[in-house]
Write a protein that binds this ligand. Structure first.
Ligand code: SF4
Ligand code: SF4
Ligand code: SF4
Ligand code: FES
Length: 1001
């Protein structure tokens, strides 16, 4: 039992929201809405096996938290406090009832802790056994007549160990909201069910891991833990079974005390072999953080709990997508081109080659003949040093990052209207919002954990959800309204919404007159955008648009989420601007629970731009053309700096063709796969005099390199990432750098020093200190302030005060006022016609990250989704007389590829969808070079194609194990414990003789 500390403050405040209650005779102040359990736990420790956290809420299945109130036994997790409530937790009756309840639990769970891989002093069942000092079981353990389910590549379910607490169900139903799990309370032997009774593999389970994370014992476990965590657990099964039998045999005589002591000692010993390191996810921009458990280089499991963005949540990539770190394909030595191939080289040779070539090219053609491309997967510190290298060592502003391929237009829209290029609030604000409008974002697959918060608020708390997307993805299928604007026309309906607000009295005129400039020019620009016009251009029924407008106009608060469905069009910056204009029109800025949320794709794409990997900005979005800012940097870096805006990624490719760019130093970006018009990009790379690629794998892009430098992934380095909600978080080194690979900042420093820089950074914290000293946005950021799970959301003042919600006191312009920015519509540049009759859309898959360089090297993910495919509609399949698995040649105006089709109702008519997997060659051979005017972001999502049906019929590219194959979720509100209470063999402990659940009589 945990002792109550002296430090515990027990006050007796009485206000509207706080009032006195009594716990075991002690008067304390309780807060309205507080659970009785939480109030009791402030005074004394009692078990609470099924209750996990406020996010999960009360589950009420275990009965181990019983206390007396007014002489009655109640589940303390299932009730909230009332004024003057008298709670008795320490009475014999309450204690006996709790012990009785736990005895029932042990009837469902065999205690073989010493040989159990879950036993590292964090197993709830183990800990409660100790806390209650259980010596013997009244109700003997009885196995259930079910097999262990090993059919999922990542985790197993052992029904014999399952205590039926329902935590997993609650997590799956109400936190992850995948709605796969339930408990078959009416079965003779209740158990957890996947899709009502399927095996796990092939069910709707998306392997997010929530259920495993919250399971209080070993019933659900990561396969990577099995036989690895314990000292004895790797024994052959027969030997293990024998040991378990011995333990059972001696238990009646010795009691659990001695047995548990042995297991406690063994659990303590595990601390020596298992290391727990806090890290931040290396995949998407949600910014999930968690502990990674490692044994030498083996990754045993990912344990989320304390992350501000995610708490217990992860998606399949964060939870299980780490095998790539130890994959045999990891680059471990520098490679130098030799003829048509590469040979291994020493660092000395490789770096000498790089620096002498760079030096010669700089001397011969000038600094602007060199370009530097920074990785948005690398840390802020890696990025900061690379842009400093470009500016202070090479002398050019030709520096960019891959936000050019996705996020620059969103940033532009926000720069124009509200000032800061980032989400205006936090994920918490999205949860709180009365209405969430999702535009061009497959949130469930691209930002999975953030999507869970929307799905949860929609399912449990009445949040309204509107989705605009040509494709019916999961979020669309859940929405109150899903509509499909004609691709490339979102600007029109967005502007029409704004006009409708003004015309129909929904516009927040008081807010606008106080806080927004440019109203009359803006209203004039809206004149063409009537609802009728929007209906005609976007192909959406007028009534649908009007319903949406009313919903937006009458919502108390609205968040708009958008992503690549908006930002990868020729109108990308203007459409993003239209979104922000609509938020201003409806007064949805300057308070919690509303605002603009451009969802950042890569883990550190926000950070890469923040730290100055942009051709026009120093760190913190400070213009390189501003003399006073430049002087500050020149003083700090002791060198003169270029005042010309540099070239972005896209311009760099064109400049190679023009002979202006001769060398590129690129880190952690598979540009051939990620940039549009792959053949055009490849042609440019072939022309370069020097192409240096720094990466962890040999990517498509590496084929064109002259030198390849082996870098280290996130788990092997220290640093910080900045997530979509502007949250800066620290990652710690969990593993040593593999082979001769090195952290990016170390490589850049080596190159810089060989070119005379004289840098002397010994730790990334020093790089952050320099960034903080030069960029007001990061002014108060330091590694100390980010220790452990602490995080800061920029802008961070010098005293460390951060801003989870932006613009609470005004917008980021000199007069503190936002600006309406008028926009106009023009048709997409590339459209279907008679030759190319289909519209090609593309995007990410949940289980793979982008082109799949990392996730294809994760065995379990590869098992479920090994190949790419093209989604076609049922109508098109019928018209062309083909079915899933048929090979087709897809041809655009820019290139072609051969691929299998999947027939699905997610897409309609002549729209086809291509997930971004490039293992068999870049999918971007199909996309063209046309871009958004303002940012040069390629219009990846404006491509017309045709398909030629090939003779071969293959197997369905979606494998039977994949959740898309035959999954059928079983939505219900949590665990539905009332069904348990209705069983004839159920009695509340302490009330009547208790019967263990084992049969339905
Ligand atoms: S989706 Fe699968 S892994 Fe995620 S909580 Fe549900 S059952 Fe567990
Ligand atoms: S599998 Fe689910 S119901 Fe069973 S013990 Fe684990 S969390 Fe509880
Ligand atoms: S990929 Fe994104 S949602 Fe998934 S765990 Fe990582 S940060 Fe979280
Ligand atoms: S913790 Fe209250 S019933 Fe389980």
């Amino acid at each position: 039992m945990i002792e109550i500390t002296d430090a515990l403050e027990i006050t007796t405040e009485h206000t509207e929201t706080h009032f006195p209650i009594t716990v075991d005779g002690k008067v304390i102040t309780a807060k309205e809405g507080e659970l009785v359990l939480d109030a009791v736990l402030r005074c004394t420790e009692i078990p609470h096996v099924c209750y996990h956290s406020p996010l999960m809420g009360p589950i009420q299945t275990c009965d181990t938290c019983l206390v007396e109130v007014n002489g009655e036994l109640i589940r303390s997790c299932g009730h909230t406090v009332t004024e003057n409530m008298k709670i008795v937790a320490s009475s014999k009756r309450a204690q006996d009832a709790r012990s009785e309840a736990f005895d029932v639990i042990l009837g469902n769970h065999m205690l073989y802790c010493t040989v159990c891989d879950n036993n590292k002093e964090n197993c709830t069942v183990h800990n409660v056994t100790l806390a209650l000092d259980v010596q013997h079981q009244e109700r003997p353990y009885k196995p259930k007549p079910y097999e262990v389910d090993m059919s999922n590549p990542f985790y197993r379910y052992d029904p014999d160990q399952c205590i039926l607490c329902g935590r997993c169900v609650q997590a799956c139903q109400n936190v992850q909201v995948n709605e796969t799990l339930s408990i078959g309370w009416e079965l003779e032997h209740p158990r957890v069910l996947w899709d009502g009774g399927q095996q796990i593999g092939g069910s709707s389970c998306v392997s997010c891991g929530h259920c495993i994370t919250v399971c209080p014992c070993n019933a659900l476990m990561e396969k990577s833990m099995l036989g690895e965590a314990g000292y004895l657990s790797s024994m052959p099964k027969e030997a293990l079974d024998k040991m378990i039998d011995v333990v059972k045999a001696i238990e009646p005589e010795m009691g659990y005390g001695a047995i548990m002591q042995v297991s406690q000692t063994e659990a303590k010993m595990r601390e020596d072999r298992i290391k727990q390191t806090k890290t931040v996810c290396t995949y998407c921009g949600v910014g999930c953080s968690y502990d990674v458990w490692t044994k030498d280089r083996k990754i045993l499991k990912i344990e989320p709990l304390h992350g501000e963005a995610n708490q217990i949540s992860t998606c399949v990539k964060g939870k299980f997508g780490w095998d790539f770190v130890n994959h045999k394909d990891r680059l471990q030595k520098p490679l130098l081109r030799e003829g048509n191939g590469f040979r291994e080289a020493s660092w000395e040779e490789a770096l000498s080659f790089v620096t002498s070539k760079l030096g010669k090219i700089k001397q011969q053609y000038g600094p602007d003949s060199i370009g530097v491309i920074v990785s948005s997967k690398a840390t802020n510190e890696d990025g900061f040093l690379m842009q400093k290298f470009a500016r202070a060592v090479i002398g050019t502003n030709n520096v960019d990052n891959c936000s050019r391929y996705c996020q620059s237009p969103a940033t532009m829209g926000l720069f124009r209207t509200v000032g800061y290029g980032g989400d205006s609030g936090s994920i918490e604000d999205i949860e709180k919002s009365a209405l969430v409008l999702v535009v061009g974002s497959n949130t469930t697959e691209s930002h999975p954990v953030l999507a869970t918060r929307v799905k949860r608020a929609h399912k449990l708390f009445g949040q309204k959800l509107i989705v605009a997307d040509p494709r019916e993805h999961e979020m669309a299928s859940r929405a109150d309204i899903h509509f499909r604007p004609r691709p490339g026309t979102d600007l029109v309906w967005l502007c029409a919404m704004s006009r409708y607000m003004f015309d129909n009295g929904f516009a927040k005129l008081d807010f606008i007159s106080q806080w927004v400039n440019n109203l009359s020019e803006y209203r004039k620009s809206l004149e063409p955008f009537t609802m009728e016009y929007a209906s005609q251009i976007c192909g959406v029924p007028l009534e649908t648009l009007e319903t949406i407008a009313h919903t937006i106009g009458s919502a108390e608060s609205m968040c708009i989420l958008w992503a690549m469905g908006i930002t990868q069009h020729t109108m990308a910056s203007d459409s993003s601007t239209a979104i922000s204009n609509l938020l201003l029109t409806t007064g949805n800025y300057m308070r919690p629970g509303c605002g603009a949320f451009p969802l950042r794709g890569h883990n550190n794409v926000q950070g890469a731009s923040d730290v100055g990997a942009m051709p026009n900005n120093y760190p913190g979005y400070q213009d390189v053309a501003d003399a006073s800012i430049r002087e500050r940097y020149e003083k700090a870096w002791k060198t003169s700096l270029s005042h010309d805006h540099g070239m972005d990624n896209h311009q760099m490719v064109d400049a190679v063709y023009d002979g202006k760019l001769r060398a590129i130093y690129l880190a952690g970006e598979d540009m051939i796969s990620a940039d549009s018009n792959a053949n055009h990009v490849a042609g440019a790379f072939e022309k370069l005099e020097l192409f240096v690629v720094q990466d962890i794998f040999f990517t498509e892009t590496c084929r064109y390199a002259d030198v390849i430098l082996p870098a280290a992934p996130a788990l092997e380095k220290e640093g910080t990432f900045t997530s979509t909600e502007r949250r800066i978080q620290r990652l710690y080194q969990a593993l040593p750098e593999l082979g001769e690979s090195r952290a990016d900042w170390k490589i850049t420093q080596e190159i810089a020093n060989r070119m005379g820089a004289g840098w002397n950074y010994e730790h990334p914290s020093e790089i952050m200190d320099e960034l903080a000293s030069l960029s007001p946005l990061y002014a108060g950021v330091s590694f100390d302030r980010l220790a452990g799970y602490k995080s800061l959301q920029w802008p961070v003042a010098p005293d460390g005060t951060d801003q989870p919600v932006l613009y609470l006191e005004g917008f980021d312009f000199p007069d503190k006022k936002a600006r309406f920015h008028p926009v106009a519509f023009r048709e997409p540049l590339e459209r279907p016609d008679a030759d190319f009759d289909l519209f090609l859309n593309n995007g990410r898959l949940l289980e793979h990250f982008h082109e799949g360089n990392m996730t294809h090297r994760v065995a379990g993910i590869y098992e479920e989704t090994p190949e790419r495919y093209l989604e076609i509609s049922e109508e098109l399949a019928k018209e062309r007389e083909i079915e899933s698995g048929r090979w087709v040649r897809v041809t655009s105006r820019h290139g072609s590829l051969v691929i299998k089709v999947v027939v699905t109702s997610r897409v309609i008519g002549k729209q086809v969808y291509l997930p971004l997997l490039s293992q068999e060659g870049p999918v971007n051979v199909l996309t063209g070079s046309h871009t958004d005017d303002a940012t040069n972001t390629p219009a990846f999502k404006e491509t017309a194609v045709r398909i030629k049906v090939l003779p071969d019929q293959g197997t369905n590219p979606i494998k039977p194990l994949n959740f898309r194959y035959s999954g059928q979720p079983t939505p219900q509100n949590g665990v539905e414990v009332e069904r348990k209470w209705k069983r004839s063999d159920y009695r509340m402990p302490g009330t009547q003789p208790l019967v263990q659940i084992h049969s339905q009589k």
